[in-house]
Design a binder for this molecule. Structure first.
Ligand code: NAD
Length: 338
């Protein structure tokens, strides 16, 4: 039995990782440590909450006593660290809370893993989940590789970059066995409706304006969240200690084109005239310091660990729209948490 601590497991990506691991590996004990902030929601895990190999612990990764108690009580062998403040707009209005969770919280976990595993860290692993935003912004050419220099430009990406640096520093200084992956934008079920795709699905349903930053020309690479969870599974089991893996969907979209794809799918599923909700598009002042383009080169992960995204984008959007339309109660409940 391996005891795996997954932090942030009640959030968007974390809940898909917890479900995948708890179902696929009945001989692992999954301990989900989550503070249940506005983004955390135990409804995301209703289907597995009674599984014998799953335990939920409510609490803050910054709490030194709690983290030590979790490591000792559950004899933690590995950490998959997803807990974070994750929304760029919130980081612009409240950067300190991002430093607290993303930097101090990560440091607290690293410090305890180091203490608890001591010299006996051969079979252990600290797997840190990060973002492609640490690499900064691209123009129309090129891709982020694992060798791209860090150049974070928002308080969110600066806090994630800082946490990545601490993870590598612990590997270098204390021989902590670590792996890092940096992934592009995720979409799919269970995402808090402040993020673009669920926000827009909800607004289209309610005939509310769709606020598009600037001219909608910024470009992002998008990956279906279950494909990210599968990449995390592969990297956790087959990734080389000390390595970094970029994870991406080979799926770049200008925001405005992505929004039109979402509109098309929602209109279709609601039986509205095709594209009729495009009238809801409202251009608003651009986000401060808005990065122009993120694009991931995920060749290393594909070649070395044989992972590739499984879902074609229009199909993933269709599936996502259907999930939000079918789960209006989930949406109402979580939208009430601010
Ligand atoms: P999310 O905001 O949906 O979920 C974060 C979870 O962490 C929530 O359940 C929340 O309750 C929990 N949490 C927050 N602060 C905590 C604390 N102090 N202690 C314990 N738990 C805490 O985030 P997400 O989109 O699922 O992202 C998960 C991870 O993946 C983050 O590290 C993020 O940087 C990274 N990431 C996200 C994306 C994306 O597109 N969403 C892309 C690449 C990487």
């Amino acid at each position: 039995m391996k005891n795996i601590l997954i932090t942030g497991g009640a959030g968007f990506i974390g809940s898909h990782v917890v479900r995948l691991f708890a179902n696929k590996y009945p001989y692992y004990h999954i301990i989900n440590l989550d503070a249940l902030t506005y983004a955390g929601n135990l409804d995301n895990l209703k289907d597995i909450e009674n599984k014998p190999n799953y335990t939920f612990v409510e609490g803050d990764i910054c709490n030194v006593d709690l983290v030590s108690e979790v490591f000792e009580k559950h004899e933690i062998d590995a950490v998959i660290h997803l807990a974070a403040e994750s929304h760029v707009d919130r980081s612009i209005s409240d950067p300190l809370s991002f430093v607290k969770t993303n930097v101090i919280g990560t440091l607290n976990l690293l410090e305890y893993a180091k203490k608890y595993w001591k010299e006996d860290s051969k079979e252990k692993l600290f797997y840190h989940i990060s973002t492609d935003e640490v690499y900064g912004s691209l123009n129309d050419k090129g891709f982020f590789t694992e060798e791209t220099s860090y150049n974070p430009k928002s308080p969110y990406s600066a806090s994630k970059a800082s946490s990545d640096h601490f993870v590598r520093a612990y590997a270098n200084t204390y021989n902590l066995p670590v792996v890092i992956s940096n992934c592009s934008n995720n979409y799919g079920p269970n995402q808090y409706p402040e993020k673009l795709i669920p926000l827009f699905i909800q607004n289209i349903c309610n005939n509310k304006p769709l606020p598009v930053y600037g001219k909608g020309e910024n470009i992002r690479d998008w990956l279906f969240v279950e494909d990210h969870a599968k990449a995390i599974d592969v990297i956790f089991h087959k990734g080389k200690i000390g390595e970094t893996y970029n994870v991406g969907g080979d799926n770049e979209w200008r925001n405005i084109d992505l929004i039109k794809t979402v509109i098309k799918s929602v209109d279709e599923q609601l039986g509205r005239e095709k594209g009729s909700s495009e009238k809801l598009i409202t251009y608003v002042t651009d986000r401060a310091g808005h990065d122009y383009r993120y694009a991931i080169d995920a060749l290393k992960l594909k070649k070395e660990l044989n992972w590739k995204p499984s879902l074609q984008f229009e199909e993933g959007i269709k599936k996502t729209v259907k999930w939000y339309l079918d789960n209006q109660d989930w949406l109402k409940n979580i939208s009430n948490k601010k």
